[in-house]
Design a protein around this ligand. Structure first.
Ligand code: C2E
Ligand code: MG
Ligand code: MG
Ligand code: MG
Length: 283
């Protein structure tokens, strides 16, 4: 496409996503319609208690049912929204959908948590606490700890003091906080100790190959040890086979997520999957 546009023109590529500025603008222009026409959808991936083989909850992972491009994954559009007003609009959508799911589960006697991923620019914006309070306003107080906010470790490092204050205020509203992709940032151990987080999520880059790579296993073990000592719940993502799940259990990590259990699925599919999982367990 760069060639077709002529000799004297050049396109600016985003080094990470290989998307041109033109494509980026196109994505941004389509977001309002995507929200309005409900093309954005939260897929759910189960979080499993490996020891008891029970479902603890689900992580919400956004997808875009694009009318021309088909199903888009977050990496294909979310990075372009950062630091635009659309990161906030989509962030609000995600919070509201998650709360809607929680209320559905409450009405149907299902005790599951839901984890949502927060975009750095929404979380660090002046809107965030108000948006969160607004989303959970109609939610019973007892249900609020079932909403888990996933913050990237790299976001938490942005401005340590204000992040600690923000997370403290989120927890004062009754929701839980999880450090996502832990191990990929540069948290000091002192910062780890001070972080007001309920949960630490070990990045899948360490988990997926831990059986082949002793360094990965060492890192996973160290994060589990730290989490236990500082009384944080620890969860592993990216479990792709039973042997990895067994190893994690042996290292003391009881909660896990990954393709070995299930891929992210639309809400109704996830509910059917859960029913099937619970039936298989009890026979
Ligand atoms: P994440 O929060 O670390 O989510 C885990 C990613 O790993 C998901 O990719 C999930 O589908 C994938 N995954 C799960 N199990 C396995 C496994 O066993 N093996 C492998 N190879 N991958 C696995 P996905 O859905 O493409 O999401 C990518 C990232 O996009 C997420 O990483 C999260 O940072 C971000 N994201 C997703 N949904 C949202 C959202 O609603 N809002 C924001 N701000 N970010 C989101
Ligand atoms: Mg996550
Ligand atoms: Mg993660
Ligand atoms: Mg990730």
């Amino acid at each position: 496409a760069a060639k077709e546009s002529g000799k004297n023109q050049f396109q600016i590529f985003d080094l990470e996503t290989h998307v041109t500025r033109k494509e980026r603008v196109k994505i941004l222009e389509q977001i309002p319609e995507a929200l309005q026409k409900r093309q954005l959808e939260l897929f759910l991936q189960p979080k499993i208690n490996i020891e008891q083989q029970s479902i603890l909850g689900f992580e919400a992972l956004i997808r875009w049912n694009h009318p021309e491009e088909g199903l888009l994954t977050p990496i294909q559009f979310l990075p372009h929204l950062e630091y635009t007003e659309y990161a906030i609009a989509v962030g609000r959508f995600v919070l509201n959908e998650a709360v809607r799911f929680l209320r559905y589960w409450q009405d149907h006697g299902v005790s599951c948590s839901i984890s949502v991923n927060l975009s750095p620019s929404h979380f660090l914006s002046d809107h965030f606490l108000g948006d969160l309070a607004g989303s959970i306003a109609g939610l019973d107080e007892a249900m609020r700890p079932r909403l888990i906010l996933e913050i990237l470790e790299t976001t938490a490092l942005d401005d340590a003091r204000s992040v600690i204050r923000l997370l403290t205020e989120c927890r004062a509203l009754g929701v839980e906080v999880s450090m996502d992709d832990f191990g990929t940032g540069y948290s000091s151990l002192d910062y780890f100790r001070k972080l007001p987080a309920d949960e630490i999520k070990i990045d899948r880059s360490f988990v997926t190959d831990m059986l082949q790579d002793p360094d990965d296993e060492m890192i996973v073990g160290a994060i589990i040890g730290l989490s236990k000592h500082f009384r944080r719940r620890v969860i592993a993502e990216g479990i792709e086979n039973k042997a990895t799940a067994d190893k994690l259990l042996q290292l003391g990590c009881v909660i896990g997520q990954g393709y070995h259990f299930a891929r992210p699925m639309p809400f109704s599919e996830a509910m059917a999957w859960a029913e099937d999982f619970n039936t298989r367990k009890s026979v």
